[in-house]
Design a protein around this ligand. Structure first.
Ligand code: SF4
Ligand code: SF4
Length: 132
């Protein structure tokens, strides 16, 4: 968290707090392991990076699409990945990142965002090539 608004937002998430049951905890743990094994990016879509990006790159949406693609076994996963990626405003796509690194300082997950954006961009190009 890097400002008061973010602190308040995080405190609000505990307003209706209750602990996981043992079963829920086990399920959450299993889901996390599956997601990690699929090469997903551990972005929580908190959007803190958006507050500092000078180029308005839609980082959480890009990572979300990538994670859906990585985690999907649907036949049309490749098509949906490329289709939804290209539906993003052109100026907000991964290839418009100037690698200034400002976003990294705001990411609570410690992600190397410009590096991961480059990875997503590379994957989009590879999937497009396979589909053509
Ligand atoms: S490194 Fe890229 S995504 Fe991050 S703040 Fe700079 S332009 Fe935005
Ligand atoms: S700050 Fe990190 S975790 Fe939050 S949306 Fe951006 S990339 Fe995802």
């Amino acid at each position: 968290m890097s400002n008061l608004a973010q602190v308040k937002e995080n405190i609000d998430t505990f307003v209706n707090y209750r602990e996981f049951t043992k079963d829920e905890e086990k399920t959450a743990h299993n889901i996390a392991q599956i997601i990690q094994s699929q090469g997903a990016i551990s972005c929580t879509a908190c959007k803190y990076c958006l507050e500092v990006c000078p180029r308005g790159i839609n980082i959480p949406a890009i990572f979300g699409l990538y994670n859906m693609y990585k985690g999907s076994s649907a036949k049309n996963a490749s098509f949906m990945f490329v289709y939804n990626y290209n539906a993003l405003e052109e100026s907000t796509r991964a290839d418009k990142c100037i690698k200034c690194g400002l976003c990294n300082k705001n990411c609570p997950q410690g992600l190397d965002i410009p590096k991961l954006l480059a990875e997503v961009e590379k994957t989009v190009k590879e999937v497009e090539k396979k589909m053509s």
